[in-house]
Design a protein around this ligand. Structure first.
Ligand code: ZN
Length: 632
């Protein structure tokens, strides 16, 4: 083994006190069987971290941790009741105890004193995790998968560390970087970028095109240069199916390496994948992966916070920054080689503040090449000011609700759904629309519950309202969960006005289509579009004016006569509009030398690339799928 561990041990005065060492991804873990050594040397370790610039942690050896039952009792004594203790889960392989609490601040104590107390009295390393304020069975299941496979997880993380460090301090080969688009070039959907260097094979996103028929739905994983057995790591920018939908399929094909993403992205991505299988089965298509593949994805995920710098291979180091698009969405900064080149992949981004999130970050330590989305990158894609757009949806909702109708809002489940919940809830509280239930259909509810588990990822104002004013809009009594098909039917039968938020956003399947079928012939109702709809989808056909539609995906053809009102408001998008994108390039610090435009319909990609070039005199490209660009 290359010996970063030997280098570290040289710096420890009593290195014979170290009983074992292992990697947890790029983090280096030292174990000791000496209680005093464990308790008295945290600052010495901090010193080494500063010298060697790698994350190092000293833990008690599993042999000296306190008996689990006794430790659980002790922890309950140490932590105050107001912290709202939930599950206490022991991870004996790694000497960690995960303590779920409602109020992490209370459990941590002033300057972390309660955590120090747990370390001292129990000889376990406490990890505090927030219990979501809205409970959801599925989140608990996702988390349980991680706790259940503790031994496997330790081995996996150690293997990842070896991949990162075994080439450490090796003499350098010639350096180069190549980027191949396996999907998501000049199109929206199936985003998948393959980045190669002499040391690394990385995928940035791996999504499905939900609007496409089968053969065009998936990225070009059959491209000759892509071999799944050589893949080192997958990085997921955010939890939308067009960026993460195919990751479980890679596990089905045998991939067992790491998937890097933020914690909210992991939870939402797992949920979407499970829902996607459900949708696939309902449409009588066989799923291309199953529940076990989703489980493997969760087990191989390594979560990073914004700003946390991590080596993922011997020559690539990544950092996530806020992208402002949906909860947990990231701009991925890649530092390649020893200062050779710095890239930022934006995934999807929003450059102004929304109710939910802060705007995308613009400052990076270094930046030479930017890969940016262009969903609304065309000259004509000027979005209205946010407040104006909000006012129009509020007005549409008010007119419908006052006339006794229902408002159906098809959404992607994550992003617009929660934004709309915030907008409508506030409109009710301030009397701008009549009070009525906001029904969050199954999937939308579960994703909303995940939002309540990660308030630290939310925008400044919302965070303030939750933490300082103790006012969490996601806990509003107006918001109601819809689980079963029966509940769904009852809502439609009810004569009272309401707002229904349901997936899918493009009306390509899922409950939104069921609601739509039953609501479309009543002129009192309104269909409110706030999300992007792909070419060829039912959503796009309605937006383009079709009012007589024959659905052929059921047992027999079904003719729909659309009499409900149609209202389109694309300015509430979670994507940056044209003006935002152009301004974003100008606000970037440092200014990139090259901009590659992706994730947009062909004309918009080309238009944005040429405008960025004209205005900023920066080299731009808008590659096609399967094209490779040599970046260095
Ligand atoms: Zn997205």
């Amino acid at each position: 083994m290359a010996n970063i561990i030997e280098e570290i041990l040289k710096l420890i005065p009593q290195k014979d006190k170290i009983s074992d060492t292992s990697f947890e991804g790029a983090n280096i873990i030292l174990y000791t069987k000496d209680k005093d050594f464990f308790l008295n040397n945290q600052s010495m370790i901090k010193g080494i971290v500063d010298t060697i610039k790698k994350r190092i942690e000293l833990r008690p050896d599993p042999a000296i941790t306190m008996d689990v039952e006794k430790a659980e009792k002790k922890i309950n004594e140490i932590l105050p009741k107001e912290s709202g203790i939930g599950n206490i889960l022991f991870d004996p392989q790694r000497s960690r105890v995960i303590i779920e609490v409602e109020k992490p601040g209370v459990a941590i104590g002033k300057d972390g004193e309660l955590l120090r107390e747990i370390r001292k009295q129990c000889l376990w390393v406490p990890v505090i995790r927030r219990l979501p304020a809205l409970r959801s069975k599925i989140i608990e299941n996702i988390r349980a998968v991680l706790y259940q496979h503790s031994d496997e997880r330790r081995k996996f993380l150690d293997k990842v560390g070896h991949r990162v460090y075994d080439g450490w301090m090796r003499t350098k080969k010639e350096e180069w970087i190549r980027l191949t688009y396996l999907g998501g070039a000049r199109q929206v959907g199936r985003s998948c970028l393959f980045l190669q260097t002499p040391e690394s094979r990385i995928l940035l996103d791996c999504g499905v095109n939900v609007a496409a028929s089968d053969q065009n739905a998936y990225p070009y994983l059959d491209a000759p240069e892509f071999k799944i057995e050589d893949l080192d790591a997958i990085i997921i920018s955010h939890a939308h199916l067009d960026h993460c939908g195919i990751v479980p399929f890679l596990f089905k094909m045998g991939y067992r390496g790491p998937v890097y993403m933020t914690a909210p992205t992991r939870d939402i991505a797992a949920l979407l994948a499970l829902d996607y299988i459900g949708v696939a089965f309902k449409q009588a298509k066989s799923g291309i992966f199953d529940v076990n593949d989703v489980k493997e994805m969760v087990k191989h995920t390594i979560c990073l916070d914004y700003g946390e710098v991590t080596d993922i291979t011997p020559d690539i180091r990544i950092t996530f920054y806020n992208a402002g698009h949906i909860l947990g969405s990231s701009l991925v900064h890649l530092h390649v080689g020893n200062g050779l080149h710095n890239l930022v992949y934006t995934g999807d981004l929003k450059c102004i503040a929304t109710r939910l999130l802060d705007p995308a970050d613009t400052r990076f330590p270094r930046l030479e090449t930017l890969m940016i989305e262009s969903t609304y990158g065309g000259k004509d894609n000027i979005l209205k000011p946010r407040l104006e757009a909000e006012a129009t949806v509020i007005q549409a909702a008010r007119e419908t609700l006052e006339a006794g109708g229902k408002v159906l809002i098809p959404v992607l489940g994550v992003g617009r759904a929660q934004e709309l919940i915030l907008i409508m809830n506030e409109a009710m509280e301030t009397g701008k629309v009549p009070h009525c239930p906001i029904y969050a259909q199954g999937m939308v509810w579960d994703v909303t519950a995940i939002h309540t588990a990660y308030p630290d990822f939310l925008g400044r104002d919302l965070r303030k309202s939750i933490f300082h004013n103790d006012k969490n809009p996601f806990l509003s009594p107006n918001l109601r969960r819809v689980g079963s098909r029966k509940e769904q039917d009852e809502i439609i039968k009810q004569d009272s006005p309401c707002i229904i938020i349901a997936t899918s956003g493009m009306l390509t399947g899922g409950p939104s289509v069921e609601y739509f079928k039953q609501m479309c012939d009543d002129p009192k109702n309104t269909l409110l579009f706030v999300s992007y709809v792909g070419e060829g989808t039912l959503g796009r056909r309605i937006q383009e004016g079709e009012r007589r539609i024959v659905l052929t995906d059921g047992e027999r053809p079904e003719e729909l006569n659309i009499k409900m009102r149609i209202h389109i408001e694309s300015s509430l998008s979670g994507h940056a509009g044209r003006t935002e994108l152009m301004r974003y390039i100008q606000n970037l610090q440092p200014r990139p030398k090259k901009v590659i435009v992706n994730h947009g319909e062909q004309s918009r990609c080309l238009d944005l690339a040429s405008s960025i070039h004209k205005v900023n005199r920066i080299e731009t490209e808008a590659p096609k799928n399967l094209e490779t660009i040599r970046i260095r």
